[in-house]
Ligand binder design. Structure first.
Ligand code: ADP
Length: 542
């Protein structure tokens, strides 16, 4: 017997319709590429998204066709999020930090028909425009007054002209919720980037899950500033969760330096934010150096790479900001786990609570996870065993776009490529990417643990730990460190800092000081490039 409830497909457009009808007065504030602050309401966002949907249809964009973007976090990008997916086409957010060759590759692979871009990316678009195969229209996301005089792109269209050219009488089409909505390419540190194609259903379900209190905790009374870019796994779903909950949205545009971010946090009374650790490092350095405090910010989501315990402690103790440490990946829309407390943690001493917050967290409903040994047998929870982390759920990828890489699943589970432990309470802790593990004498050494300890040293700005060959142990850990400006630190002092914090045989064999550690397009340390940089390095002979 079937239930007797309405059949309503879960469509992305329904989030915008909800925001317009029930939170129509709530603000969306953006720092624009043009330099000023723009503000309007969800009502205006909805109306302009409808006009944009009509304009894209008038350009000949059909359902399922891809529309690419090269854009910062801002209201026009938000309009594209809803106009493109809402009309049944597919929004392809491109990471502008990729190399132009990679951008050409993914725009061709995605068969993008239109490319919309912020003016800051004009030189990048000029570099790729003549080389892409399928793009029929280039659209500069600005108004007539700011259009470049000599863009060197034939028939460049103006975004505001497109929107102005239509009225907002438009009904969002209704279609199967399994229809593709958006497309993101993985960073592709090995081989070509692979496309992850989300559906309306997966996106809406993910939105419900991340808005919950023990996940990203979004509410109508919040003002959310996603620092995580809209070109990085849909800003972790916040542009959707904000519409679902009616939270105020604040978009930083290109202003991602500490000063610009801090000023926006304060001026717009931001309560919640989200971003990768490297961004927070810059913000905290600015706030610290200028003796400032956050007057309204209370929570921030940190993910994308491990949040160093020293950072969540600094947020809590110096700024009264609670860090929600989260883990996920492009293939998971992205959120899989969040390190929110269970009741037993609330009464614990603060140090034990920091230890919980430092883990990557427990699964949000909708995602199941397990760790397995090399033969694929499930390993017990409890903290001791670490193994390959596998996940499944309705917003986890089943296959890459165009079947690239063949079957992505192992017995119905997606292998994340991460190595993790899961404690008895269900909190997962990543010890490494499987390709970064350090294997010493047949045992694994977790590079993330070693990095976290180094990052707690006051003179260390950033630390990476990589494996280097060793005649007896196969591999040993080498610590690569960038010192804070002006800080004094010797190798002996830093290695001494490990004493008592980990098993002695885990201590790195050597420390190399460098000026910078290579970061990838999403702000992660690129250990493959680091290994390449240090390929001639040899451990000191004992
Ligand atoms: P994204 O595009 O979100 O950066 P990718 O799909 O490129 O994500 O990378 C996902 C990987 O990032 C994960 O498999 C994991 O290795 C790493 N990662 C994400 N969040 C965390 C975290 N909180 N701690 C440690 N590693 C993380």
């Amino acid at each position: 017997m079937n239930g007797l409830m309405m059949q309503q497909p879960l469509l992305i457009s329904s989030l915008l319709v909800h925001a317009e009808r029930h939170h129509g007065e709530r603000e969306v504030v953006s720092r624009r590429v043009e330099g000023d602050i723009h503000r309007y309401t969800y009502r205006e966002l909805a109306a302009r998204s409808r006009r944009l949907a009509k304009a894209l249809a008038a350009l000949g964009v059909k359902p399922s066709e891809r529309v690419g973007t090269l854009a910062w976090n801002g209201y026009r990008h938000m309009e594209l999020y809803y106009a493109v997916s809402g009309a049944g086409s597919v929004l392809h957010t491109i990471n502008p930090r990729l190399h132009p060759d990679q951008i050409v590759y993914i725009a061709d692979h995605a068969e993008d028909q239109v490319l919309c871009f912020d003016l800051s990316f004009l030189p990048l678009v000029q570099a790729v425009a003549g080389r892409t195969k399928t793009i029929r229209h280039f659209v500069a996301m600005t108004d007539r007054a700011h259009m470049p005089a000599d863009p060197k792109i034939p028939n460049l269209l103006c975004y505001e002209d497109l929107v102005d050219g239509q009225d907002d009488r438009y009904d969002w089409p209704v279609f199967d919720e399994n229809t593709a909505s958006s497309l993101c390419y993985t960073s592709g540190t090995t081989g070509n980037p692979k496309g992850v194609l989300y559906s309306h259903r997966s996106t809406v379900l993910h939105t419900f899950a991340i808005a919950l209190p023990d996940a990203l905790n979004c509410s109508a009374s919040d003002a959310i500033l996603p620092v995580v870019p809209m070109f990085h796994v849909n800003a972790w779903g916040l542009p959707y969760a904000a519409c679902m909950t009616g939270a105020k949205l604040v978009f930083p545009g290109p202003g991602l330096d500490g000063k610009s971010l801090y000023e926006l946090f304060e001026a717009e009374q931001v309560t919640v934010s989200a971003g990768v650790p490297t961004v927070w490092q810059a913000l905290l350095a600015y706030v610290d150096a200028n003796g400032l405090k956050f007057s309204t910010m209370r929570r921030t989501v940190v993910g994308g790479s491990a949040c160093p315990p020293a950072m969540l402690r600094q947020f809590a103790e110096d700024y009264d900001v609670h860090v929600l440490h989260a883990w996920g990946m492009t293939e998971m829309s992205p959120v899989g786990t969040v390190a929110a407390f269970k009741p037993q943690h609330l009464a614990q001493p603060v140090e034990e609570r920091y230890a919980v917050m430092s883990k990557q967290g427990r699964a949000v409903y909708g995602v199941d996870m397990k760790i397995v040994d090399p033969a694929g047998r499930e390993l017990p929870w409890g903290g001791a065993a670490s193994g390959d982390l596998l996940v499944r759920g309705p917003w986890v990828l089943s296959r890459y776009f165009k079947g690239e890489g063949g079957e992505a699943l192992r017995d119905g589970w997606f292998p994340t490529g991460d190595v993790a432990r899961i404690d008895a309470e269900g909190y997962m802790q990543i010890t490494d990417r499987s390709k970064d593990v350090i294997k010493s004498g047949g045992e694994w050494i977790g590079s993330i643990d070693l990095e976290n300890i180094a990052m707690a040293h006051p003179a260390v700005a950033i630390a990476a730990c990589i494996a280097v060959p060793h005649p007896k142990w196969d591999e040993r850990p080498l610590l690569v460190v960038v010192k804070k400006p002006g800080a004094e630190l010797t190798k002996e002092e830093l290695l001494g800092f490990y004493e008592g914090k980990i098993a002695k045989w885990w201590t790195p064999d050597d420390v190399v000081f460098v000026d910078a550690i290579p970061l990838g397009a999403t702000g992660k340390m690129q250990k493959n490039r680091l290994r390449q940089m240090l390929k001639d390095y040899r451990l000191p002979v004992a």
